[in-house]
Design a protein around this ligand. Structure first.
Ligand code: ACO
Ligand code: LMR
Length: 264
């Protein structure tokens, strides 16, 4: 019989060997002919399956809402400084992307992990938040530099409204909202932020769409797919900031001395 030489790479998401590329077995022509969108492409390449319209729409809303948040946030600031140092598009983009992490934009996976664990173990928001405090861990998905109880994040509201209308269940989101209600009793800016809203709602999508097994959900949350949504989304804005700085022919950035506390 034939002997199959062992391969150096195993790949399961796409195939370019035929007449046209296939994403998770779906030919490109079918994606285009059916008028599918970027949410469908993400479903195929990340989750290896077609998801119902409300799920792909939710993914697209996450991408649109997180595409940019002005020039002052960590990512855009780095990208702007890099572009002004005369660097190319890719350098400017990755310079911004490298700021995405536990404090900025990259708290979605941890929010999903902690909210899921606390919800599934039946912890009250008090038990959950105080337990985290004891461990010295900030609650991922809670807190914001400029948003607060009286100036809530509109993006969170938009995600919640969409999910309440289209999702079969929003139990994880409701839990995150209860956590927010408790954290707001501690400080005004401990609101549910956009990372927390996406993390909790993606749990609802995974758990209630009927499209994923329990084992698959654990794998997705364990590996941490969800920060990918912010990385992908914010790349749109960071690329925009790079073009903006080049278009404006902005000179090399130097931070003003007056804005530094020089001290011993
Ligand atoms: N959980 C518990 N306590 C918190 C949290 C939190 N998530 N955030 C702030 N606090 C409390 C802590 O007591 C903190 O004191 P500490 O420094 O001793 O831990 C105190 O509030 C001071 O916090 P602030 O100065 O108000 O917070 P800051 O403005 O520095 O941080 C930030 C804002 C980074 C978003 C913070 O709230 C945080 O780390 N949140 C968790 C991570 C997260 O969700 N990041 C995503 C933000 S949304 C986005 O980037 C798109
Ligand atoms: C963002 O989306 O970049 C923000 O929520 C962070 C910020 O500080 O505005």
């Amino acid at each position: 019989g034939k002997v199959r030489a062992p391969t150096h790479i195993v790949s399961t998401i796409s195939d370019d060997r035929g007449e046209e590329p296939c994403y998770a077995g779906v030919p490109m022509s079918s994606i285009i002919e059916k008028g599918l969108g970027v949410g469908d492409v993400i479903s195929l390449l990340w989750f290896k399956r077609s998801l119902p319209r409300y799920c792909t729409q939710f993914i697209e809303i996450c991408i649109m809402l997180c595409a940019d948040h002005g020039p002052c946030v960590s990512g855009a600031h780095n990208t702007i400084v890099t572009a002004r140092a005369g660097k190319d598009l890719v350098s400017s983009l990755v310079s911004g992307l490298l700021t995405i992490g536990p404090r900025f934009g990259g708290a979605i996976d941890d929010a999903a992990r902690y909210f899921k664990d606390a919800h599934d173990r039946g912890l009250t928001p008090y038990e959950f938040v105080e337990g985290m405090k004891k461990k010295g861990i900030r609650v991922a998905g809670i807190g914001h530099r400029i948003k607060n109880r009286d100036n809530k994040d509109k993006r969170v509201d938009l995600l919640q409204k969409f999910a309440r209308t289209h999702f079969p269940s929003v139990k994880y989101m409701e839990y995150a909202v209860q956590v927010e209600t408790y954290t707001l009793t501690k400080a005004n800016n401990l609101v549910l932020n956009v990372d927390g809203a996406i993390g909790s709602l993606f749990l609802d999508l995974l758990a209630c769409s009927g499209m994923f097994t329990k084992q698959e959900i654990d794998e997705i949350v364990g590996i941490g797919y969800l920060n990918g949504l912010f990385v992908l989304a914010r790349s749109i804005g960071l690329i925009g900031h790079t073009f903006d700085q080049k278009r404006l022919k902005q000179p090399l950035y130097r931070h003003p001395w007056e804005d530094v506390l020089y001290t011993k």
